[in-house]
Design a protein around this ligand. Sequence first.
Ligand code: A2P
Length: 339
Amino acid sequence: MRVAIVGATGAVGHELLRVLESSTLKFGELQLYASPRSAGVKLPFGGQELTVQATPEGAINADLILASAGGSISKEKAPAWVAGGAVVIDNSSAFRYEPDVPLVVPEVNGEAALRHKGIIANPNCTTAVAVVAVAPLHREFGVRRMIVSTYQATSGAGQKGIKELLDQTRVVLGGGEAGAEVFAHPIPFNVIPHIDAFQENGYTKEEMKVVWETRKILGDDSLKISCTAVRIPTLRTHSEAITLELERPATPEQARKLLGRAAGVEVRDDPGAKLYPMPLTASGKYDVEVGRIRSSLVFEGGLDLFVAGDQLLKGAALNAVQIAEYLQEQGALKGRVAG
Ligand code: A2P
């Protein structure tokens, strides 16, 4: 089986290479693509150096394409990749809301991936992190309403987001005044309640992605969801405060027990020992940390929790590779399987 990464030089591309190195996915060849600017760049993979090529105009000679070069590239090129016979797992938002494109988090709705027509969408990073924690609670107790406040890392805006935080922090520490290009305002020592474009209803597109995508992944359009998405000056891992109103009452103990058995979750919840989810501990980890689980003071029988998940991993690269692993396990990926 031949695998290609489009956007291999980006923040998510970098993680895709690392995740593939330790993945159970069996493949014989890995091709790397990015913009023409990166043609010839060498990236390490499995003890070798692979050369990045400019993304071609038409089809790519691969069985599986992991795309992470942004929505406009995916929109423009994915149809040709599919026509050329590849299965595309797309990290952008280009196809997520199309009815015949499955939006997949394998622990939650893996079987939806089997119904693809060439393209499978990887969810928005904030949504992927949230649903890993919320889906088991939804299955057991029935979520009726969900209120989310996010604390999102600068790498959510790619390599350029990471660079702006580091560069502008140095400017401030040097006594200068920080500027902003990637973010709407200077990010050092600030929090910015503005991610993606404002919509007519006053919410941002990032906030509405959480609403639309959580409903699609959980397969429940009746879910009432509201989100406030905030950029904070961290490098990686998105954290989220989540309040749930439930159809059937849950105690924090029941929730802890249930989440302790859930795939993709690490319960980190011992406040007395200063143990709770944080970017510091969740970064680089495959599991999403869940803690601060307590009874809601607003919704009787409901829950408040705090989650922290490495959005470059579970919110992007890891989830994409897990979708591919799932398809291969189900015998649903074409190509010659090596080794
Ligand atoms: P490049 O590094 O050559 O610009 P990030 O999300 O970190 O900003 O990364 C975006 C990824 O998308 C990078 O790998 C980038 O490559 C790639 N990319 C940007 N523009 C194009 C393009 N026109 N064709 C193919 N890949 C692109």
